[in-house]
Design a protein around this ligand. Structure first.
Ligand code: UDP
Length: 195
C-alpha cells in the first residue's frame, strides 16, 4: 500500500479494514512478515536512533499508533486515513476466521501476564488458538531456547510485548530464525488483555 513519510518513518496509508486484509495476505503467503505500531514517542526516537528507523522502514507494515501520529501526518500534509492502533489491530485479528484457526504465541510482559491474557482471549474469541506463552524477562543465553519454543509451537502470529524499541530490535534480530508467519510488536497490549 501507499506509505506516508512522517519525519523519516514510512507509515502505511491504510484503514483498519485494509490492515486486516493485508494481515490475512501475510498469513496466506510464505515467509516471515513484520508489523510495527510506533506511537509518536517512538517515531521521535527513530529520528535519532537510525537502527530503529531502518528496522521500521524495512518492515512489512507500519501503522500509526495514536492520535499524535495521525495529527503529525495532518500537519505534514500527508493525512493518514485513520488511527489504527496496535492493540485494536490485534484485537480485530482475533475475529479473523480461518480454517485451521490462527495460532498465536504470546511473548513478553511479566511472568503470568501472557497466560492470563491467553485465558481472557480464549474466553472471548472462539476463532483463536493459543500456541504458547513466554514472559519477556530473559538473559541473552536463553534466547535460542525461546526461539525453539516459539518455532515448535507452530504459531502463525507471534505477539512480542517487550516494550519499544526492545521488541522492534528483538524481532529484527531474530526474524531469520523464526518460523512464524507474522511478528507484531505490541507494547503493553498483553497487560491490557490480561487486565
Ligand atoms: N517488558 C518485557 N521485558 C522487558 C521490558 C518490558 O516483557 O525487558 C514488557 C513489560 O512487562 C510490559 C511491556 O513490555 O508488559 C511494555 O512495556 P512498556 O509499557 O514499558 O512499553 P510501551 O508500551 O511503552 O512500549
Amino acid at each position: 500500500s501507499d506509505k506516508s513519510n512522517i519525519t523519516g518513518v514510512y507509515v502505511d496509508h491504510i484503514t483498519m479494514r485494509q490492515a486486516l486484509r493485508q494481515l490475512r495476505i501475510f498469513l496466506e503467503e510464505g515467509g516471515v512478515h513484520t508489523i510495527f505500531t510506533p506511537n509518536a514517542e517512538i517515531m521521535m526516537d527513530a529520528h535519532t536512533d537510525h537502527s530503529l528507523k531502518s528496522i521500521l522502514n524495512g518492515s512489512d507494515m507500519v501503522i500509526a499508533d495514536g492520535a499524535g501520529v495521525v495529527l503529525a501526518s495532518k500537519i505534514l500534509g500527508v493525512s493518514l486515513p485513520e488511527k489504527v492502533s496496535g492493540i485494536d489491530l490485534v484485537r480485530n485479528s482475533f475475529s479473523i476466521s480461518m480454517n485451521p484457526k490462527i495460532r498465536y504465541f504470546l511473548f513478553g510482559s511479566k511472568p503470568g501476564v501472557a497466560e492470563q491474557a491467553a485465558k481472557n482471549i480464549l474466553l472471548r474469541y472462539p476463532d483463536v488458538e493459543i500456541a504458547g506463552c513466554r514472559n519477556g524477562y530473559f538473559r541473552e543465553e536463553d534466547n535460542e531456547a525461546i526461539i525453539d519454543e516459539i518455532n515448535s509451537s507452530n504459531a502463525d502470529i507471534l505477539l512480542v510485548a517487550l516494550g519499544a524499541p526492545k521488541q522492534e530490535k528483538w524481532i529484527y534480530s531474530n526474524k531469520s530464525s523464526l518460523k512464524v508467519k507474522v511478528c507484531i510488536g505490541v507494547g503493553g497490549s498483553l497487560d491490557v488483555f490480561a487486565g
